[in-house]
Design a protein around this ligand. Structure first.
Ligand code: F6P
Length: 549
């Protein structure tokens, strides 16, 4: 029994039943499953909003799915989900509510945290953001010298960078192409240098995005950006026209020198990696406009409602979460690939890495004890066709099981020439061919049938049975992007709920931050930092020597 009154996950009858089922199933052959059930290709599918989700190419039977759903019942996934939507403090280690779903709630919704309805505040900020975005887009908001803003540079890191940067890339076809929008995250000065080197300070707006406003990388980059601006404009007053802040921490924003009248707020119940539909999305809103931004929020909401209300058998985030658990915990899969067949989703997987790995990379359960089961997988991937010519070899013929999500669209985005549009079928032919090859492979007899010499037959044989989910939509619109992100947010939630971990804290990033602060004087001043281990001490000495210090 856990301290929270739960039987430890791996001792529940539902877990044991799954382990037994896995043993009994043995090597699952997808060819056999499809032969036995001609309806599988359409039966094992779901529709959520504009998304068509095909899970037929998974190593599961009806029994597997039923047992997985029973595990979700035993771990009370729906209870925790409802508590989240109600605004309860389910982030127990930080004693916070988890209400990113309130960021996309309709104006008339009532969601209370400690007796206060948070929805009016959400919409007040959205309205202010919309007003400001329109001013920048129309040229009404001018820089210190009266010139219109043509460049927007978001300075933030983690959730204050990955979300807006990913979404800006994803929705590029919907952006105002006269605006240059860039994202600076790395404390490596090269990042800011490259982002601003060809920009005119008089036409540049910096958006400093930081939930805490204490993140060293962001504060350092923002300070350097201010110096760059002031070196050109020469007047402290210029900061007011060229800097805005997105934060929960008004005091620190003011300390930095940004007028809090130029601050767009959010709240401690929005986790950093769940925040780009809050004020953190301001750069995106400026790029695509408030209407498109609201369409994106509507997309999020479609999947929120689906997750909250759809029955277990037809609940896509629940299903995707449980399928991940099937491989992670019962097939010893270590990783999960996300492979978008869209150039515009080039940053999608990097975004998901934080969403998933910062949420579920935990070895301590909600009860404070070490878990005895595997938690979050390594999430990785890049746009699919490029991956095909790099690492797909290992997925097809390597020794590891790598479940993968394939995300594709029926239509290319608007704005492509007819010739480039025509390439879309080739892109999607690859998309469909890959999941087919992964699932069904090529038998030795099929290889022999092609006249391949016997000694090459094993090399050219594909075992198949590599599981994939296919997610297909008509077009990558703002709404569809919102739907996709919410789908993954809730998938991650489901897994954290089953594994009994707090998916909403991130204590694991703290130690490195503290040590970096301690090591810095050793690098800069050669200070003798007490407690430095022998290896790090030697590395610091080598670094100083290389720098000629
Ligand atoms: O270091 C991890 C983290 O706390 C993330 O969770 C967060 O998204 C990122 O740093 C940035 O934090 P902030 O928005 O407070 O600058």
């Amino acid at each position: 029994m856990n301290a929270d009154g739960r039987t430890r996950l791996n001792r529940t009858p539902e877990w044991t039943a799954l382990a037994k089922h896995r043993e009994e199933l043995g090597e699952v052959r997808l060819r056999e499953l499809f032969a036995a059930d001609p309806g599988r290709g359409t039966g094992y599918t779901l529709r959520v909003g504009d998304l068509y989700v095909d899970y037929s190419k998974h190593l599961v039977t009806d029994d597997t799915l039923r047992l997985l759903r029973e595990l979700a019942v035993a771990t009370d996934v729906s209870g925790l989900r409802d508590a989240m939507f109600r605004g309860e403090r389910i982030n127990t280690t930080e004693d916070r509510a988890v209400l990113h779903t309130a960021l996309r709630a309709p104006r008339d919704a009532v969601i209370e945290v400690d007796g206060e309805n948070v929805v009016p505040g959400v919409h007040a900020v959205l309205d202010r953001m919309a007003g400001f975005a329109q001013q920048v887009r129309s040229g009404e908001w001018t820089g210190h010298t009266g010139r219109r803003i043509r460049n927007v540079v978001n300075i933030g890191i983690g959730g204050s960078d990955l979300g807006p940067a990913m979404a800006y890339e994803a929705l590029r076809a919907f952006t105002d192409r006269d605006l240059t929008v860039r994202f600076v995250s790395n404390v490596d000065g090269a990042d800011l240098h490259e982002a601003v080197r060809d920009l005119d300070p008089a036409e540049t707006l910096f958006i400093v995005a930081s939930k805490t406003f204490t993140t060293i990388e962001t504060v350092t980059n923002a300070t350097s950006a201010r110096s760059w601006l002031l070196a050109a404009l020469g007047d402290e007053k210029a900061v007011a026209a060229h800097f805005v802040a997105l934060s929960t921490n008004a005091e620190k924003v003011a300390d930095f020198g940004i007028d809090t009248a130029n601050m767009f707020a959010f709240w401690d119940w929005v986790g950093g990696r769940y925040s780009f539909d809050s004020a953190i999305g301001l750069s995106l809103m400026i790029a695509i406009g408030p209407d498109r931004f609201r369409e994106m929020l509507d997309g999020f909401r479609i999947v929120d409602e689906h997750f909250r209300t759809a029955p277990a058998e037809a609940n896509a985030p629940l299903l995707m979460g449980l399928l991940g658990i099937w491989y992670n915990n019962f097939h010893d899969a270590q990783s999960h690939a996300v492979l978008p067949y869209s150039h515009y989703l080039s940053k999608f997987t990097a975004y998901l890495q934080q969403l998933d790995m910062e949420s579920n990379g935990k070895y301590v359960g909600r009860d404070g004890r070490e878990v005895e089961w595997q938690t979050g997988p390594v999430v990785w991937g890049t746009p699919g066709t490029n991956g095909q010519h790099a690492y797909y070899q290992l997925i097809h013929q390597g020794t590891k099981l790598i479940p993968a999500d394939f995300i594709g669209f029926a239509e290319p985005v608007d704005g492509l020439s007819d010739e480039l549009k025509a390439q879309h079928d080739l892109l999607m032919a690859n998309f469909f061919a890959q999941t087919q090859a992964l699932a069904f492979g090529k038998t030795p007899d099929e290889v022999r049938g092609e006249g391949v010499p016997e000694e090459l037959v094993p090399h050219k044989t594909f075992k198949g049975d590599h599981p994939t989910t296919t997610i297909l939509a008509r077009e990558l619109t703002p709404s569809v992007l919102g739907q996709l992100v919410a789908l993954y947010e809730h998938k991650v939630f489901v897994q954290g709920a089953v594994w009994n971990i707090d998916s909403f804290d991130q204590w694991g990033v703290e130690l490195g931050k503290v040590l970096a602060k301690r090591v810095e004087p050793a690098l800069t001043e050669g200070a003798d930092v007490p407690g430095l281990d022998a290896s790090t001490k030697a590395l610091v000495a080598a670094y100083r020597e290389l720098r000629g210090r």
